[in-house]
Design a protein around this ligand. Structure first.
Ligand SMILES: Cc1cc2nc3c(=O)[nH]c(=O)nc-3n(C[C@H](O)[C@H](O)[C@H](O)COP(=O)(O)OP(=O)(O)OC[C@H]3O[C@@H](n4cnc5c(N)ncnc54)[C@H](O)[C@@H]3O)c2cc1C
Length: 472
């Protein structure tokens, strides 16, 4: 094993400049502080020794080869929107940004796929597909994340209920291994049972196994119509009880999300966005896509009927794009609103079986209030991925905040486990959830994870200290 890593010297800096170009290499105080952290500074702020912007796979390979030979850690950076403290240089070394590798190749209509470099933005992939009458369904909240970051964190998002996760849309990929070798995992084929499914292992590996340099994604025919319903309820618990009722209907919803009134108020107050439905202490937002107006009307009518039969105070149908946008814009503003409304946040990203959603929500509220903290369960309730956001009020001391979050998270994770759930549904382990992983998955599983890591990265130079920690 390679720890302790080599401290980089001027000779190393010059070598990386030679492998790339001086105007794309930054060191010391030239490195902007935004690269010291991701969207969750609570999960660690670390300064890289060198920051480099690469232009192609050959440069990634040359840098990795150099780092491997000289025992220097490397962290790949996409757009830095991660919510797990993943894209940070915990042990110093090189931060390698792929954001200038952002080319999107023309849509391949015969295979219904699109190929892109990792720095292409999710929104640009969605737009490129849509311009060709096709549809890239994965829709995590942050549209300016890189497609590479989406693949490597296996981003889920709102539409996972109907379409699945990023993993379900990855056909094949090109990657660079920690020793600089360039590899392809799978090819543009629909099926593949050739050897181990390494493509699927890489998806969600959080930058710890290899660097993604190109990806080919499956596309679908675009739905022709869509509608969003807002069902207000007296309480979050009633809202949660409605989820299985929606899932029982003979139409697959595209998204099912819930929000408490308190959270809607936070977004309205801090971001100046207006939610169109004023009733109810909590709302369930249900979206349907369809390929005909008749199919959509049937789905909407059945869902509205079920809502009113199950205690909804009303059922608001946001049938036009503008109305739907007013609903989804408040939903999309949660993270930003919470940041503006509190001095720090902790996020619990558990996922529970759909049959246990209501139980989780009810117990989570009790856990948080027993520790005297503000908690806002919200989010992707249609797939059981309940983001349980913990907010710090300004008057709380450092000590109280740390103790209350630690105690709440420990209980929330054990609740998730008891209900048959998992520690993280879509944001990953990174640095932020590392300390909870072994308790959750057990010692034998950690050994397996470590063997997998070593099989790819025998010197432990790629994103060290994330997902699993050898240095303890
Ligand atoms: C407001 C907001 C809403 C969000 N909503 C959702 C949601 O609904 N569902 C969901 O699943 N996620 C959601 N996310 C998380 C989002 O999906 C991730 O932030 C995103 O996928 C990470 O992409 P990035 O380009 O920012 O990667 P970064 O943050 O730069 O990196 C994330 C991790 O991937 C690694 N990495 C990045 N690119 C590569 C590469 N090319 N090769 C190897 N490793 C790489 C990094 O080392 C790091 O470990 C949200 C985030 C925000 C800020």
């Amino acid at each position: 094993m390679a720890f302790p890593y080599k401290k980089m010297t001027d000779a190393d800096f010059n070598s990386i400049r030679k492998l790339t170009s001086s105007d794309r290499v930054f060191t010391g105080s030239e490195i902007a502080s935004e690269y010291f952290r991701d969207e969750m500074p609570e999960y660690g702020i670390y300064q890289p020794e060198l920051y480099v912007e690469v232009l192609n796979t050959a440069e990634v390979s040359a840098i990795m080869k150099y780092a491997y030979e000289h025992n220097i850690p490397v962290v790949c950076r996409g757009a830095g929107t991660g919510l797990a403290g993943g894209a940070t240089c915990k042990y110093g070394g090189i931060m390698l940004s792929v954001m200038r590798m952002n080319h999107i190749f023309p849509v391949d209509h015969k295979n219904q796929t699109i190929t892109a470099e990792p720095g292409a933005l999710l929104v640009d992939i969605q737009t490129a597909a849509s311009k060709e009458g096709l549809f890239y369904p994965p829709d995590p909240g942050e549209k300016t994340a890189s497609i590479g970051g989406n693949v490597i964190t296996n981003a889920g998002g709102m539409k996972a209920v109907r379409y699945g996760l990023t993993r379900d849309f990855v056909r094949c990929m090109e990657v660079v291994l920690p020793d600089g070798s360039i590899m392809n995992f799978s090819s543009n084929v629909v099926k593949n049972t050739t050897g181990y499914a390494l493509k699927d292992l890489i998806i969600g590996s959080e930058g710890t196994l290899c660097i993604l340099t190109q990806v080919t994604l499956k596309l679908l025919p675009a739905p022709t119509c869509t509608s969003t319903l807002v069902m207000p309820f007296r309480s979050l618990e009633e809202c949660a009880d409605m989820v299985p009722e929606v899932l029982k209907l003979p139409f697959i919803p595209t998204a099912i999300e819930f929000l408490e009134r308190e959270l809607i108020d936070i977004v309205e107050r801090n971001l100046n966005k207006m939610f169109p439905v004023k009733e109810g202490e909590a709302v369930l937002i249900v979206m349907y896509d369809a390929s005909s107006k008749q199919e959509l009307d049937d789905a909407v009518a059945k869902a509205a009927e079920a809502a009113l039969a199950n205690g909804a105070l009303d059922c608001f149908i946001a049938g036009t794009p503008e109305r739907a946008a007013s609903v989804w814009s408040v939903r999309g503003g949660i993270l930003e609103g919470m940041k503006a409304d509190s001095v720090a946040q902790e996020e619990c990203d558990v996922v529970v079986p759909r049959s246990r959603i209501a139980e989780y929500v009810k117990a989570a509220k009790k856990i948080a209030s027993s520790h005297g903290i503000r908690v806002e369960p919200c989010g992707h309730c249609g797939d059981g991925n309940i983001h349980t956001e913990i907010l710090r009020d300004p008057e709380m001391s450092d000590e109280d905040w740390k103790a209350a979050t630690k105690a709440s998270l420990t209980e929330l994770y054990s609740l998730s486990k008891e209900l048959g759930g998992q520690l993280s549904g879509e944001h990953g382990i990174g640095n932020g959830r590392l300390e909870y992983l072994e308790d959750f998955v057990g010692e034998r599983m950690i050994k397996l994870y470590k063997s997998i890591k070593l099989a790819f990265d025998d010197k432990l130079i790629l994103n060290p200290g994330k997902v699993i920690e050898f240095n303890k």
